[in-house]
Design a protein around this ligand. Structure first.
Ligand SMILES: Nc1ncnc2c1ncn2[C@@H]1O[C@H](COP(=O)(O)OP(=O)(O)OP(=O)(O)O)[C@@H](O)[C@H]1O
Ligand SMILES: [Mg+2]
Length: 331
């Protein structure tokens, strides 16, 4: 399998602050690769370096074998960039925006018109193409932004959080465009998100990034498999070390430790269990989920412990992230 993108020990520093810290990975031709990480993880900084917006502080990146700093002109013919922030002219129509960026790639006349209509088709925006961008919904603007990124028929497309603040219909259009571009053109895609459902649905492999570091990289299935027997979270009133030791000693439990309780906003991902910010949360890694749950219940009953909440966490990428970092993807 051919490699379309390789990064070697990429680092980006802003003064003393390291936004991207020693990141190395590869994307194969035709692969949809997800970068999953919370706000501020370094996803956009990664894309900016790989697409030649600014050079890495250390390390290097290659697209199709070409160095993104030394051979940027060549690299630009191979990549399409759909930035997190919209880059469109509001008074121009969707079509005119696309045509403008097409001209920057040297497209003219019939070829430009054909390409523009091709990319409008991919994002399902033909009908509104002649209206000014300022009359579009947020989701429609995003779709035009995506169309702009496709105008040079890239081999590798960077999509930076394309669904944030987007209505469900446009979101679906974006998903379907990604799937079609990958299936029909074999386009490789680097897709950043902090929504694990998107990474699970779209991506062949997922890199999990936190505080600038790539902390895991595998297929969604393998990442989830590392959770083993599952994770149980139990909310109690105080951090009781005897409880922690007692639970850890149960046969179906591999480890138990107190973790930072979720913030008020984090309640949503815990299935709305009513987590309050002022309590202790015991994270229990199970050898076998159901057995561990029964044993834990038995233990708290025997020891008269007041349980405030009890969750057997769904084995998904969100739980993988929690497992690796002790915190939620969205906070
Ligand atoms: N120009 C800058 N100067 C200083 N710090 C910066 C600059 N740009 C980004 N950062 C910091 O670098 C870190 C990574 O930012 P980045 O935008 O890459 O994160 P992200 O993963 O894209 O987050 P989000 O999901 O919010 O888009 C953040 O802590 C951010 O505050
Ligand atoms: Mg970003």
């Amino acid at each position: 399998m051919n490699t379309i993108l390789e990064t070697h020990h990429l680092v980006k520093k802003y003064g003393d602050f390291t936004a991207v810290n020693d990141v190395s990975f590869e994307i194969a031709e035709g692969e949809v690769f997800g970068l999953l990480g919370p706000n501020g993880a370094g996803k956009s900084t990664m894309i900016a370096m790989i697409s030649g917006l600014f050079p890495p502080t250390e390390g290097e990146a290659r697209v199709g074998g070409h160095d993104v700093v030394k051979e940027l002109r060549k690299v630009k013919t191979l990549i399409g960039v759909v930035p997190q922030d919209l880059a469109l002219y509001p008074t121009l129509s969707g079509y005119e925006n696309i045509a403008f960026f097409g001209q920057l790639f040297g497209l003219r006349g019939k070829e430009l018109r054909e390409r523009a209509s091709e990319v409008l088709g991919y994002v399902g925006m033909q009908e509104r193409a002649k209206d000014p961008v300022k009359t579009y919904s947020g989701g429609m603007k995003r779709r035009i932004n995506l169309a702009v990124g496709l105008i040079n028929r890239p081999r590798l497309l960077f999509l930076d959080e394309p669904t944030v603040g987007v209505d469900p219909q446009s979101r679906n259009h974006i998903f379907e465009s990604v799937e079609r571009l990958n299936r029909e053109q074999g386009m490789a895609i680097l897709y950043t998100t902090h929504y694990m459902e998107e990474a699970e649905r779209l991506c062949h492999r997922v890199g999990i990034i936190d505080r600038g570091r790539l902390i895991a990289l595998d297929t969604p299935r393998n990442l989830v498999a590392q959770l083993g027997g599952g994770i149980i979270q139990m909310g109690v009133a105080v951090e009781d070390e005897a409880l922690c030791a007692g639970v850890q000693a149960l046969p179906a439990v591999s480890t138990a430790s107190f973790v930072a309780p979720p913030s008020a906003e984090g309640v949503e991902m815990n299935g709305g269990t009513g987590a309050s910010p002022n309590r202790a949360l015991l994270k229990i890694e199970a050898v076998h989920g159901n057995d561990a749950l029964l044993q834990v219940l038995h233990y708290v009953n025997e020891h008269d412990i007041d349980v405030l909440s009890l969750d057997l966490l769904e084995p998904n990428l969100e739980t993988v992230f929690l497992h690796l970092t002790g915190k939620n993807l969205r906070d």
